[in-house]
Ligand binder design. Structure first.
Ligand SMILES: Cc1cc2nc3c(=O)[nH]c(=O)nc-3n(C[C@H](O)[C@H](O)[C@H](O)COP(=O)(O)OP(=O)(O)OC[C@H]3O[C@@H](n4cnc5c(N)ncnc54)[C@H](O)[C@@H]3O)c2cc1C
Length: 216
C-alpha cells in the first residue's frame, strides 16, 4: 500500500485531467484493501475509488482519500473438456485481458476488445459491444463489503445484470469493491456473433473466416 499527498491524478484518468488528490493510496494487493479499510486515513475518508479512470470526469481537486485499484493477476481456476474458468484481478486492463484470452484460443470475450477500463469495473455497467455483453461469459465475481470486511462470491444471476446495468449501480452502489471476476470461456465450438454492426462486412472485405481471433 503506497501513499502520496497532493498527488496528480492525470496519469490515472483517460482525459488526463490534472486534478489533485489530497491523499492517493495505491492498493497493490487484495490484502491492501482490508488494511485500507481500517487505516485511520483510509476508507473512512474515502472520496473516490479509482479504477481505469475512463468513465469519470474529474472537475476539481479531490479532498480526502482517493483509493486506486492496482492489484493484478489472472489464473485458470478450473478446466473441463469444453471450458476454462479464468479468474482475473480487478486491476487488470480489460483490453489486454481480452487479447490474452484470444491468444489462448478461448471464446467469449472477443467482441469486447478495445473497451477502456479495468476488469473490476466491467461488471458495474455490464460492459457490452457488438451484440455481446460481459454477463454472457461471467461465471462469478468476488465482492468485498466495506461495512463488514467480508468477501461475498456472487454468481452472474445474483449480480442482476441488465443492459449496461447491474446491482452495483443499484443496491450495492458504493458498498464495496469488486476484487476479481471469473469468466467461463469456451475451448472450442465457440459462439461467434458477427451479425451486429460491421463485423461480417469487415471480415468479408478482408477475406477472413469468423474466428475468435478475427472477430477480436
Ligand atoms: C472512449 C470510450 C469508449 C467506451 N466504449 C464502451 C463500450 O463499447 N461498451 C461499454 O460497455 N462501455 C464503454 N465505455 C465505458 C467504460 O469503458 C466502462 O464504463 C468501463 O467499465 C470503465 O472502467 P474504468 O476501469 O475506467 O472505471 P472508472 O472510470 O475508474 O470507474 C467508474 C466507476 O466504477 C467504480 N469502480 C471501478 N472499479 C470498481 C471496482 N473494482 N469495484 C467497485 N467499484 C468500482 C468507480 O468507483 C467509479 O465510480 C467506453 C468509455 C470510453 C471513454
Amino acid at each position: 500500500m503506497t501513499w502520496e499527498d497532493h498527488a496528480s491524478l492525470a496519469p490515472y484518468n483517460t482525459f488526463g485531467i490534472d486534478a489533485k488528490a489530497e491523499r492517493l493510496v495505491h492498493l497493490e494487493s487484495e490484502a491492501c484493501v482490508a488494511e485500507y479499510r481500517l487505516h485511520p486515513q483510509g476508507y473512512a475518508h474515502q472520496s473516490l475509488l479509482l479504477s481505469g479512470g475512463s468513465n469519470m470526469l474529474l472537475c476539481a481537486d479531490v479532498p480526502g482519500t482517493t483509493a486506486r485499484i492496482a492489484w493484478t493477476g489472472m489464473e485458470v481456476v478450473r478446466e473441463s473438456d469444453d471450458h476454462v474458468w479464468l479468474n482475473v484481478a480487478a486491476g487488470e486492463n480489460w483490453h489486454e485481458t481480452v487479447l490474452y484470452t484470444v491468444s489462448q484460443g478461448w471464446g467469449g470475450l472477443q467482441n469486447l476488445s478495445l473497451i477502456p477500463g479495468l476488469v473490476g469495473a466491467a461488471p458495474i455497467q455490464n460492459i457490452g459491444a457488438y451484440g455481446v455483453e460481459l454477463a454472457d461469459s461471467m461465471d462469478s465475481l468476488r465482492f468485498y463489503d466495506w461495512a463488514t470486511g467480508d468477501i461475498r462470491v456472487m454468481s452472474a444471476a445474483e449480480c442482476a445484470f441488465g443492459y449496461r446495468d447491474s446491482l452495483f449501480k443499484g443496491a450495492l452502489k458504493g458498498q464495496g469493491v469488486i476484487m476479481s471476476v471469473t469468466f467461463r470461456l469456451t475451448k472450442h465450438s465457440h459462439a461467434l456473433k458477427t451479425s451486429y454492426g460491421a463485423i461480417q462486412d469487415e471480415l468479408s472485405a478482408r477475406g477472413q473466416e469468423p474466428s475468435v481471433e478475427s472477430i477480436s
